[in-house]
Design a protein. Structure first.
Length: 364
């Protein structure tokens, strides 16, 4: 085979290979053209069939309270520091710190030996003054006595009476008694210690009921009055709520805090409330009956207007609403929704106004 024949053969082979490649490419293009419309159609059908899944809550009316929560402290209902009214040594002590006491119970006795000695002298002097008065009175009636001597005997009797009474009171005051039922909060003096007149002995507190002190801000004072109920919780007692009543409100504000002191009476028959505990008081400013409360996240802000999605007959509806009081994670609806309507609370951000939704859960 000469050189020209070999060159022709190579050229023919190249042409055949090119023709084969072109045929294969054409076949792929044809298949792609046939398959592409089918896939596009399938995807379009899938998009048309996808319906957002949602959860709804049936709206119910309820009474809503606008509450003001304040921090306060527990104080004894009554407290007193008993002091000695006589001078002497404590000869007996019948109280320890933390003891419960009853009204009239003896707590201390002060040694009154010197007072008793003076009392015996006063009693003797008083007896003599009475005898002298009787003698002079007989003389006066018989005409032997003088008016002056009778007046002097009466005066002596009166002086003896006064001294006797003073010493009797001192002896009585040497015994210190509890003025009311309560607790010995602080014992200040022990047995055998010497005390003077006015020396503090013991601090008693009455805690069968307590007063909880709160400071009401001046802007809120118009909302409250004596007799209003207050719900009280303690930081130290998390699982209990106590009922209280406002029984006193200050007539002027504290100049440093600009708050009005309010005293709330709370029953403490169980003895759970201790003086000094931190308290939280829920004061009701206003009450709104027949109100609707919805989760705050469902009240969507759209172009300066609050809106919410409701579901009706399987269709999502975007409803303009008016809102009021915010409490925690809930907000009061003052217009735009009605009891019995079904608020979309889950999946609302996938819903479209006027389009179908698939209700998966209904919350009451």
């Amino acid at each position: 085979m000469n050189q020209n024949e070999r060159r022709f053969g190579r050229t023919l082979l190249s042409v055949l290979i090119c023709l084969g490649i072109m045929a294969a490419v054409a076949a792929v293009v044809v298949v792609a053209i046939k398959v592409a419309p089918s896939e596009a159609k399938t995807q379009a059908n899938g998009a048309q069939q996808r319906v957002p899944q949602v959860s709804v809550r049936v709206l119910k009316s309820e009474t809503v309270e606008d509450r003001l929560v304040l921090t306060g402290s527990v104080q004894p209902w009554e407290e007193v520091v008993l002091s000695s009214e006589v001078r002497g040594k404590i000869e007996w002590k019948g109280i320890e710190q933390g003891d419960a006491v009853q009204a009239g119970q003896e707590l201390y006795r002060v040694d009154t030996l010197s007072i008793r000695a003076r009392l015996q002298q006063a009693q003797a002097q008083h007896k003599l003054s009475l005898q002298e008065l009787e003698r002079i009175d007989r003389l006066a009636k018989s005409g032997a006595g003088t008016p002056q001597s009778l007046d002097g005997a009466v005066a002596n009797r009166d002086v003896a009476d006064s001294l006797l009474r003073i010493l009797q009171i001192e002896v009585e005051n040497s015994v210190v008694k509890a003025p009311f039922d309560g607790i010995a909060d602080t014992v200040l003096i022990d047995q055998d210690e010497f005390v003077d007149v006015g020396t503090p002995l013991v601090r008693l507190v009455q805690v069968h009921k307590v007063k909880v002190m709160f400071g009401i801000p001046e802007r809120d004072i118009p909302y409250f009055k004596i007799g209003d109920s207050v719900r009280v919780r303690m930081d130290a007692i998390e699982d209990r709520t106590f009922s209280g009543v406002i029984y006193r409100i200050a007539t002027s504000a504290d100049m440093s805090t600009h708050t009005f002191k309010a005293e709330v009476e709370v029953d403490n028959a169980e003895g759970l409330l201790k003086p000094g505990m931190i308290a939280r008081g829920a004061f009701v400013r206003e009450t709104y009956p027949n109100s609707l409360m919805i989760p705050l996240f469902t009240a969507i802000l759209l172009d300066d207007q609050r809106v919410a999605f409701i579901e009706k007959d399987g269709i999502a509806e975007l409803r303009p609403i008016q809102v009021g009081l915010v409490q925690g994670s809930s907000v009061q609806v003052t217009g735009g929704l009605a009891p019995g309507e079904r608020l979309i609370v889950k999946g609302q951000f996938e819903a479209r106004p006027g389009e179908k939704v698939d209700v998966q859960e209904v919350l009451e």
